[in-house]
Design a protein. Structure first.
Length: 296
């Protein structure tokens, strides 16, 4: 084989590998506990990306619990009115993304404060269904209290089949009812990866590809993340598009600590997964516009 042709083939294969993350999740199911009602609104973008990449990876049926607004005691930095807005925005981020990307009809997206008992019971159900061959991976995308309350209500024998993925001590140590040590004392497995803010909280211009995309599912994701950027409660999101918590989903769908998952996700990783999916699954055209009735 001509040496130049061989090099071209190698380059193309390597480029394909970089352009498409390998979907190789560990066995088991996944549960996500997010906040978003706390001062930091980053869970808006994180939620939209999480739902979209689970669908794009074909793993939506393995999501067995999703709750948001898990910051159970309101922080003084956010007013009651702004807190209420966040609850509604997080619900929209969940429900609208799930509806537009499809495949989540089996799931109820719970508000952990407004539906506290139902939220805990739903997570308990997921924990109780856990076995060695079907473990539960809980993504800690907010304070740990809801996780602790569900663990408290479930048999200790099940906890050895529960793994909690975390990426930031700010979540671990922010509980109002449970410390991180108390969570670990239940006997769960801690799965810790590096801070995902490093490469997933970026200048908003790095998301222009989504803003300007012709597919409205991609535009929707950008819009939800933009809501966090224009939020007036905190200043540190200004000029940023942040989906940092979704890095834990990237890690899980690419193997987690079983198959050497992607520990430091990037915007390009998200972009490649989503654009590959929409290219292969174009939007269905809408029906014809109604004809206006002629005036008699």
């Amino acid at each position: 084989m001509n040496k130049n042709i061989f090099l071209i083939i190698i380059v193309l294969l390597f480029s394909h590998y970089l352009g498409a993350q390998i979907v190789n999740p560990p066995k088991g199911r996944i549960a996500i506990v997010a906040d978003g009602n706390s001062p930091d609104p980053d869970d808006l973008g994180g939620t939209a990306i999480t739902i979209a990449i689970l669908k794009a990876a074909g793993l939506q049926s393995r999501l067995v619990h999703y709750s948001h607004s898990c910051d159970l005691v309101r922080d003084d930095r956010i007013s009651e009115k702004a807190e209420k807005e966040r609850h509604h925005l997080m619900q929209v981020a969940c429900d609208m993304t799930a509806r537009r990307w499809t495949g989540f009809e089996h799931l109820t997206f719970f508000d952990a404060i407004w539906q506290k008992e139902a939220t805990i019971n739903d997570l308990c159900w997921a924990i109780n269904a856990s076995t060695k061959d079907n473990p539960l991976w809980i993504v800690e995308a907010g304070e740990p209290d809801i996780i602790g309350m569900a663990l408290q209500k479930t048999p200790k024998a099940k906890h050895k089949f529960v793994k909690v993925i975390t990426h930031h001590p700010a979540n671990d140590n922010a509980g109002d009812f449970y410390t991180w040590k108390q969570i670990l004392d239940f006997g769960i497995e801690e799965v810790r990866i590096p801070d995902q803010n490093i490469k997933l909280k970026v200048p908003i211009a790095e998301w222009d590809w989504a803003k300007n995309h012709t597919d409205s599912r991609i535009q929707l994701i950008w819009t939800i993340g933009k809501l966090a950027e224009v939020d007036d409660v905190v200043r540190f999101q200004k000029g940023k598009w942040d989906c940092s918590d979704a890095g834990m989903i990237l890690y899980w769908i690419t193997g987690a600590n079983v198959h050497n998952g992607l520990k430091q996700g990037t915007v390009d990783d998200v972009k490649n997964i989503l654009l590959d999916y929409v290219a292969k699954n174009p939007q269905k055209p809408r029906g014809p516009k109604r004809k206006k009735k002629k005036k008699s």
